[in-house]
Design a protein around this ligand. Structure first.
Ligand code: GLP
Length: 244
């Protein structure tokens, strides 16, 4: 596991975007695994800038997103499809038909099957990851067992609390999501996990301060991956007690 400690969050995002752009430059038809949330949101402006500057071309790229809330239609302001369109896809030269975000409404079982099918079509070249306050990646919540493949996940109370900031009231936060499984994530050729903010300290301690893999902290599974880069800012590093 490679760990980079940056000056601040914008540097974290700039480095991550640079690494994604490099994957695309080396493989113009790369498949990107993308994420939502405030952390990933910091990365996309750098990719948009690089695309507008002619430094990276998305015309042959395809993408697949980690997750989507169950119960939110694609046009819902807090759906992850809408997030992706507004924060990235609408601003780069990607073909929308080459972007996959699981469908959160309708026949959920069928949507999970379709999502699994989309994931099986092509391996992910680089997967961008944030981390939940409870250590979730995608929406793989802590538990006695974790899932290999795409599935419906019941969201933890702490996740609902954390994501309530995007909704008018906490009651509006969906309680379930369709998520890639841990296996789907670990099958990506390269993982980029970014974290910022002191509320991620406990989860990140499990990732950086010991050698254990713990299903109660799903992010710790990335330790098994042969090509993972973790990027944190020095403020979070200090709060974790990570020496660099
Ligand atoms: C959500 C997403 C995760 C993301 C996490 C952290 O629950 N499903 O993929 O990593 O939130 O989000 P943030 O970066 O906003 O803290």
């Amino acid at each position: 596991m490679r760990v980079l400690v940056t000056e601040n969050f914008s540097q974290t995002c700039e480095i991550a975007a640079g690494m994604i752009a490099e994957v695309i430059r080396n493989k113009p038809d790369a498949r990107l695994g993308l994420a939502t949330g405030s952390t990933a949101q910091g990365v996309y402006p750098y990719l948009i800038q690089a695309n507008k500057a002619g430094e990276v071309d998305f015309s042959r790229v395809d993408t697949v997103n980690l997750d989507e809330y169950v119960g939110l239609a694609p046009e819902h302001p807090q759906s992850y499809r809408r997030f992706m369109n507004e924060n990235l896809f609408d601003h780069i030269n990607i073909k929308k038909e080459n972007t996959v975000v699981a469908e959160g409404v309708g026949d959920i079982e069928a949507n999970v099957r379709e999502f699994r099918f989309a994931l099986a079509r092509k391996p992910i070249d680089v997967q961008l990851l944030g981390i939940g306050v409870d250590g979730h990646v995608g929406f793989n919540e802590p538990g006695r067992v974790l899932y290999d493949a795409a599935h419906v996940e019941l969201l933890d109370e702490s996740t609902i609390d954390a994501n309530a900031r995007f909704f008018v009231t906490r009651d509006e936060v969906p309680t379930q999501a369709i998520s890639m499984g841990m296996g789907d994530i670990l099958r990506a050729k390269k993982l980029l996990l970014l974290a910022t903010g002191e509320n991620k300290t406990e989860a990140m301690k499990g990732l950086l301060l010991n050698e254990q893999i713990d299903s109660q902290n799903p992010a710790t599974l990335v330790k098994t991956h042969p090509d993972v880069t973790v990027i944190i800012d020095k403020r979070l590093a200090k709060s974790i007690g990570y020496a660099y």
